[in-house]
Design a protein around this ligand. Structure first.
Ligand code: HEC
Length: 123
């Protein structure tokens, strides 16, 4: 299954649009856009996992994944509860690959990563 079904032009368009936002003409959009790309878990081991797996899609507006710290995108997902989120992270869900490509991650790490990305506290 392809990672993304978006055509290349759409991906390019969103990158161009994001570039415009980051270049300063969209001051209001700046905090979220900046947070999406720079946010990192405080824990070093977790930051490494995030950087090499989750971030590839969850900080990529073209991937169709709820973006890190985008609380609006996460709200309906958070409402499903920790058990469903963990199940979808481990077993996959549509474009979300099983284990989020982190084959050695533990359940605790997944919950910590989901907490970090959604801004909600799961344990
Ligand atoms: C290859 C891209 C990709 C990677 C890597 C990835 N995700 Fe995702 N993730 C997605 C997409 C796309 C969705 C949205 C799926 C949907 O709602 O159709 C998603 C959704 C989710 C959801 C919400 C599921 C739900 O029930 O709404 C969780 C939780 C999640 N990802 C956790 C993670 C974690 C944790 C990692 C890193 C270990 C990770 N993802 C890595 C693409 C990815």
């Amino acid at each position: 299954m392809p990672v993304s079904t978006h055509p290349t032009w759409l991906r390019t368009a969103s990158i161009v649009l994001l570039g415009a936002l980051l270049s300063g003409c969209g001051e209001e959009a700046k905090p979220l856009a900046t947070t999406v790309f720079t946010a990192m878990p405080a824990d070093a081991a977790l930051a490494q996992v995030y950087d090499s797996s989750c971030k590839l899609c969850h900080a990529n507006p073209g991937a169709g994944a709820p973006l890190t710290r985008d609380t609006n995108a996460w709200a309906p997902r958070v409402a499903q509860g920790a058990e469903t989120l963990l199940d979808h992270a481990i077993n996959g869900y549509n474009g979300m690959p099983p284990m989020g490509l982190c084959m050695h991650c533990s359940e605790e790490q997944f919950l910590a990563l989901i907490s970090f990305m959604s801004g909600e506290h799961f344990q």
